[in-house]
Design a protein around this ligand. Structure first.
Ligand SMILES: *Cc1c(COP(=O)(O)O)cnc(C)c1O
Ligand code: SF4
Length: 420
């Protein structure tokens, strides 16, 4: 093969100059982000802070490194009383009483690991806002507008079906921590339940009878709150159905309980053919060494990890914060999949951003960063009518003298010849 010294031919001196000018524009287009991102630390850079929090938590809970890395210990020692929390992070004025008030209405609980990601000095720490109850939850007594999605969309026990070729099996309502913004808040109830083998068997029987189903999502709650054995059994049942092509697991453990991703779990998952896992990172602070390790293990076992962020006011409803999250998650091999608009549910309305905010964020992702860092922004339609993408509009007119008029990410209006 011939070796050409100066790279591909055809670029003139004039061409280089135009390209150089365009690059000035590109640099300008990203300058605000370069400035802003300095103040949005990634968890990977906060090891020192997390380690000192961990030491403090372990001394309060009278435990050591060995226990910390044991996910069952993390679950048993979920922090769910105010007195213990107050020993770990300083509570602000009135907060003690406010949490007491909220917990009468809805439960709360945080894994020690997730508590260790809280910045003790920041009342608006995004990890804190997702995990420590706020008085706003109790003040909001608005009517629940969410219709009974389950009531009309569950053709068999534990199943939710909203689509032609895929469905959900709910395996438990348990979670390793109760996200304050949880969109399934009502299913959390007052106790953890595991759905009985009998019910799951009925769900499997339904799937066997309906051969158009090719994709099954195991979720909850958090699908990884059940034992490896139980999960292994369900996955094996699904493996035995010819028309099931892929399986998915919905779990927040890579974010809130990364020690759940054990070698044993990964060995088990690896046996079950094509398994995808979707999780929920909502802020760069959550992208930690521990999460990176968990994702690496899953990836090595052939399990691709995707991210379903929830758009949350005060946490990630900022274009720079969201972009940083998408980029930081990609650093640890987590592929952005969805950004969900927050539903209008009792107790979580203070987390709601406007759809315009979400559209602005999307506008600011496409073109400005890697396409791989651009998820689909989703509104969940009422009455269980399904996930609906909402996107900034790039098409301006579909027929201007036979041409399509559109705008680019950078704001150039262009005509596109649509003829053959
Ligand atoms: C979210 C969801 C799915 C999966 O939807 P995708 O867009 O394929 O990720 C399937 N079934 C139900 C009931 C769901 O809520
Ligand atoms: S892990 Fe998911 S289901 Fe569980 S509390 Fe958080 S958002 Fe809700």
């Amino acid at each position: 093969m011939e070796i050409i010294k100066e790279g591909p031919k055809g670029v003139t001196e004039e061409g280089r100059k135009v390209a150089t000018d365009r690059c000035v524009e590109y640099k300008e287009a990203i300058q605000d982000y370069i400035d802003a991102k300095k103040n949005i630390p990634c968890g990977l850079d906060l090891n020192g802070q997390y380690e000192s929090n961990k030491t403090r938590i372990l001394s309060v809970l009278k435990a050591g490194e060995h226990e910390w890395n044991d996910w069952k210990w993390q679950v048993r020692n979920q922090i769910r009383d105010v007195a213990t929390l107050a020993k770990i992070i300083p509570l602000f004025k009135d907060e003690f009483d406010q949490i007491k008030k909220v917990e009468k209405e809805v439960r709360w609980g945080i894994s020690p690991y997730y508590v260790s990601l809280i910045d003790p000095d920041d009342p608006f720490c995004p990890v804190r806002m997702q995990s420590v109850p706020s008085i706003q939850e109790a003040l909001d007594s608005s009517i629940v507008t969410e219709p009974e999605t389950i009531l009309y969309n569950s053709p068999a026990p534990c199943i939710t079906r909203l689509y032609p070729d895929r469905l959900i099996i709910n395996v438990t309502n348990a979670c390793s921590m109760f996200c304050r913004h949880c969109l399934r808040r009502r299913d959390i109830g007052s106790e953890n339940v595991l759905y009985a083998r009998e019910s799951i068997k009925e769900a499997i029987a339904y799937i066997k009878q309906n051969t158009e189903i090719r994709d099954v999502l195991l979720t909850g709650g958090d699908a990884l709150m059940v034992s490896d054995e139980y999960l292994d059994w369900i996955l094996s049942e699904l493996d035995g159905i010819d028309h099931i092509e892929i399986k998915r697991i919905g779990t927040r453990t890579p974010v809130v309980l990364p020690m759940r991703i054990t070698d044993e779990l990964c060995e088990m998952l690896e046996k079950h053919g094509t398994v995808y896992l979707n999780t929920q990172f909502n802020h760069s602070r959550e992208v930690t060494e521990a999460s990176a390790k968990a994702v690496e293990k899953l990836t090595k076992a052939g399990v691709q990890v995707g991210n379903q962020t929830v758009l949350l006011k005060g946490i990630n409803d900022n274009k720079h914060v969201m972009k940083k999250l998408m980029q930081d998650s990609l650093k640890i091999r987590v592929r952005p999949y969805y950004i969900f608009h927050c539903k209008k549910l009792e107790g979580i309305r203070h987390f709601r951003a406007h759809i315009e905010d979400g559209l602005n964020i999307m506008e600011y992702l496409r073109g400005y960063t890697s396409g791989m860092a651009v998820p689909t922004y989703i509104i969940t339609a009422p009455a269980g009518r399904g996930k609906t993408p909402v996107n900034p509009n790039y098409i301006l007119n579909t027929n201007v003298d036979g041409q399509v008029l559109f705008r680019t990410w950078g704001g150039h209006v262009m005509k596109y010849d649509n003829e053959r």
